[in-house]
Design a protein around this ligand. Structure first.
Ligand code: ATP
Length: 254
């Protein structure tokens, strides 16, 4: 199955009023890759993420995930299939502990069984224990185990990004869409976030990453897709993209 992409979207279109945010865009994310999505401000990157995860319905287009069309599914169903996303602005609940934030991310997934769970308290206890154990393992893997019982609101920008990734990992995903993991993060922690992404990738996790920090994109990505004005401008290896005349022009023009 490494022959065909884990995620393949084509012909995606989305307009907001008169603004064509995404126009006939395509993207492919091979299984086990770290794939980058770049482009100047307003290029349509976040909109494309919203279309891939169906947070916004496309006007047109097709999204295939793990061999199945998904555009008829709700975002939480898409997450259950193994496609999750993080947001540019981290969404952790600041008055809950770091550990509770992770456990909540797992519970959301089982929300549909809520009435059943209510009738069987021992199931709740068992699930809670499992979620707690999984959360502690994930906190180790994101380097936040020492913060497990602290309020999420007290975390730094970079730690919030790690928590956001941890929340995504709690859903046992196949593919994580990462929206600007390095934005607002101090340089030392950027290196740590990159190292951890590489480690999760080595463990088999696939990533699609929006990022303005070119050092991060160039060091992490197997392949990079470039959007400009809502359209595909280029895709290739980081080296190919770095010296692509059209790409350089699009960035200089902004
Ligand atoms: P940035 O790098 O600055 O985050 P981006 O590449 O993620 O930009 P988008 O946020 O997807 O770009 O925006 C693409 C275009 O669509 C922009 O012109 C933006 O103003 C417009 N747009 C995005 N969302 C909406 C919305 N909900 N309503 C109206 N216009 C929108």
């Amino acid at each position: 199955s490494s022959q065909f992409p884990l995620l393949a979207a084509s012909g995606l279109c989305k307009s907001f009023g008169g603004i064509k945010a995404v126009q006939d865009a395509e993207i492919q994310v091979p299984a086990s890759s770290i794939t980058g999505l770049i482009g100047p401000n307003g290029a349509g990157k976040t909109t494309l993420f919203n279309l891939l995860s169906n947070f916004i319905r496309p006007d047109k287009g097709r999204v295939i995930f793990d061999g199945e069309p998904i555009q008829h599914l709700q975002p939480h169903q898409i997450a259950q299939q193994g496609l999750v996303r993080t947001f540019q602005v981290a969404r952790a609940l600041s008055r809950l502990s770091v550990l509770e934030n992770l456990m909540l991310a797992a519970q959301k997934q089982t929300g549909e069984n809520f009435w059943q769970v209510q009738l069987q308290p021992h199931v709740v206890a068992k699930e809670e224990k499992q979620h707690r154990e999984q959360a502690m393992l994930i906190l180790e893997s994101v380097g936040l185990a020492h913060k497990a019982y602290d309020y999420a609101g007290g975390l730094s920008g970079g730690q919030r990004k790690l928590l956001e990734i941890g929340r995504a990992l709690m859903t046992n995903p196949k593919l994580i869409l990462l929206d600007e993991p390095a934005a607002g993060v101090n340089p030392r922690l950027i290196d740590e976030i990159c190292d951890r992404i590489v480690n999760w990738n080595k463990a088999g996790m696939t990533f699609l990453i929006i990022e303005h920090n070119m050092d991060v994109i160039m060091s992490l990505c197997d392949r990079v897709w470039v959007l400009a004005e809502g359209k595909n401008l280029a895709n290739g290896t980081p080296e190919e993209i770095q010296c692509n005349a059209k790409v350089l022009e699009a960035y200089l023009g902004q």
